[in-house]
Write a protein that binds this ligand. Structure first.
Ligand SMILES: Cc1cc2nc3c(=O)[nH]c(=O)nc-3n(C[C@H](O)[C@H](O)[C@H](O)COP(=O)(O)O)c2cc1C
Length: 224
């Protein structure tokens, strides 16, 4: 059985394009693999708390008090969800050129020393190493604007995609895909075309991922 972790990050629980993309992705997956498990973590509707000084002290403590264990309980549960997942479906809008604060709060709760990565200075200038391996992440996004790719008018303004891509290495992500809808704020023909193209890309991507499942489980085995 393959396990999917779906993360919804839009603050909108209705009329959300990223949630619609995730709905379609999961539906398409279930049509092909009805026995797979899908876990939903809705950080848009229920944002995790921002980490604090006490949280950091607890995360780095070698031995923890009962209060510190309590403080890390949510983080432990969120990390368990990531650990169990083979595929992470992350539905996130762009807010102010980056990820929504709720999703950043989730990353801060989940990327944790000796839980999702190790830090060892004997590794020289690359002291960080992820603990998990072989996961796939699909970023389903939506932009009000358009043209964030190289050579386009908003080149260099997309801080969402590179941020998710870089941080997700510490979730054990080795394969990264992205599908996005542009022009949402324009609501014109260009938006309609981009909307159609994004939804049309979902099915073939699911088909590819389902086809590659054997390869990814081999990767996980060799990393274990
Ligand atoms: C608070 C906020 C900030 C936004 N910032 C940007 C932005 O910086 N660039 C952009 O292209 N679109 C921006 N948008 C537009 C959203 O990315 C767009 O509406 C998207 O469809 C929202 O996702 P959703 O439909 O899943 O809620 C912003 C929207 C909101 C609500």
């Amino acid at each position: 059985m393959t396990r999917l972790l779906r993360i919804d990050a839009s603050a909108r629980t209705t009329r959300s394009l990223t949630r619609e993309l995730a709905d379609s992705f999961v539906q398409s997956w279930r049509e092909r693999r009805p026995l797979d498990e899908v876990v939903l973590r809705d950080v848009g509707a229920n944002p995790p708390p921002i980490i604090t000084e006490d949280w950091i002290a607890a995360a780095f403590a070698k031995e923890r008090s009962t209060d510190q264990q309590q403080l890390l309980m949510l983080s432990d549960g969120l990390i368990d969800e990531v650990a169990s997942a083979d595929i992470i479906v992350m539905a996130s809008p762009m807010y102010n050129y980056g990820m929504p604060a709720a999703l950043k709060a989730w990353f801060d709760q989940v990327v944790r020393i000796d839980k999702t990565f190790t830090f060892d200075l004997t590794r020289g200038d690359d002291p960080l190493e992820p603990i998990f391996a072989g996961k796939t992440l699909i970023l389903l996004t939506s932009w009000g604007e358009f043209g964030f790719a190289p050579g386009e008018p908003n080149e260099g303004h997309d801080c969402l995609t590179p941020h998710v891509r870089t941080a997700s290495r510490y979730l054990g992500v080795e394969a990264f895909y992205q599908i996005g809808i542009e022009y949402q704020e324009f609501g014109d023909k260009r938006f309609e075309a981009s909307h159609k193209a994004a939804f049309a890309t979902l099915d073939p991507l699911v088909e590819t991922l389902v086809g590659e499942l054997g390869l990814h489980s081999d990767l996980r085995k060799s990393a274990a």
